[in-house]
Design a protein around this ligand. Structure first.
Ligand SMILES: C[S@@+](CC[C@H](N)C(=O)[O-])C[C@H]1O[C@@H](n2cnc3c(N)ncnc32)[C@H](O)[C@@H]1O
Length: 269
């Protein structure tokens, strides 16, 4: 059953962390002029009204993007992200819209979203954008069916709701199938840091897939947000110098969010 709606959490500190990494990876790929394909396989609705009843109920964005808005002292990598958010401070773009705003003429974005309402919203958002393809498809079978992309260069964002414990095992299973077909594909996996620490088993399973490299970056907060102690990112086959790329941006943001960051290579390529 699909009960998760990202509107309650849009723009929170975990979105800031994940979206800074998503954009850093896209920009790293775009250093070469050849075309790339982005896959956002748990895409959500794509754009969120921060003044909606749902967002008002949690107000998570206020301790997330709300702390970064209007800052003029941000480093270049964060300025890029803040610029991509657009002018309207009451709307927060989800990962597919941020990805779409980065696309060049030659690039594509493929999105999967299973929730009927969020899929309809996402489809409508990209109605006039031929470079973006939106499918109501299950990420667990859909990703392996579509990789490698014809461009042979690209990035996959894996951002499940983690409402079912099984999702911690489903992520390595889908990446196993995807890496078998596309060993060089770069994959960014978001995970929650919760008291139960279920992500630890997932990280061990990801390392057991033996990607060429595996980098882990975490942002921990002193307070809980919706049960979250922090936000984690596991990056399979990240771009070169990802630690530096992400470090500067997230360290700056973490200071405003009162967070602590940590980073380590589980497999160094
Ligand atoms: C955390 S939200 C995505 C947020 C989005 N990536 C962003 O950063 O803006 C996860 C989404 O995955 C969808 N979803 C859940 N299970 C799925 C599946 N098996 N395949 C595709 N989408 C799924 C949910 O409906 C939800 O909208």
């Amino acid at each position: 059953m699909l009960s998760y709606r990202h509107l309650y959490h849009a723009g929170n500190f975990a979105d800031v962390h994940k979206h800074l990494a998503w954009i850093a990876d896209i920009r790293a790929l775009q250093k070469k002029p050849s075309a790339m394909c982005l896959f956002d396989v748990y895409a959500g609705a794509g754009s969120y009204d921060l003044s909606s009843l749902e967002a008002e109920k949690t107000r998570e964005w206020q301790d997330g993007i709300g702390r970064l808005q209007g800052r003029s002292d941000a480093p270049e990598s964060v300025r890029d992200y803040l610029h991509l958010l657009g002018e309207d401070r009451h709307r927060y773009p989800g990962s597919p819209l941020l990805g779409a705003r980065c696309l060049r003429e030659q690039d594509r974005l493929v999105c999967f979203e299973l929730h009927p309402q969020d899929h309809a919203l996402l489809k409508a958002l990209f109605r006039d954008e031929p470079r973006v393809h939106v499918h109501r498809r299950d990420a667990r079978e859909g990703l392996a069916a579509l990789v490698p992309p014809r461009e042979r260069r690209g990035l996959v964002l894996i951002d499940p709701p983690y409402e079912r414990d099984a999702e911690y095992a489903e992520v390595p299973a889908m990446l196993k199938a995807s890496l078998a077909r596309w060993p060089t594909g770069s994959c960014l996996v978001w995970y929650p840091l919760l008291a139960a620490a279920r992500h630890e088993q997932m990280l061990a399973a990801l390392a057991a897939l033996q990607p060429k490299s595996l980098f882990v970056h975490e942002l921990r907060l002193p307070r809980k947000t919706s049960g979250l102690l922090g936000s984690g990112l596991a990056w399979l086959n990240p771009p070169w110098q990802v630690d530096e790329l992400l470090g500067e941006a997230v360290d700056w943001a973490a200071a405003l969010l009162d967070g602590r960051t940590s980073a380590k290579w589980l497999i160094q390529g």
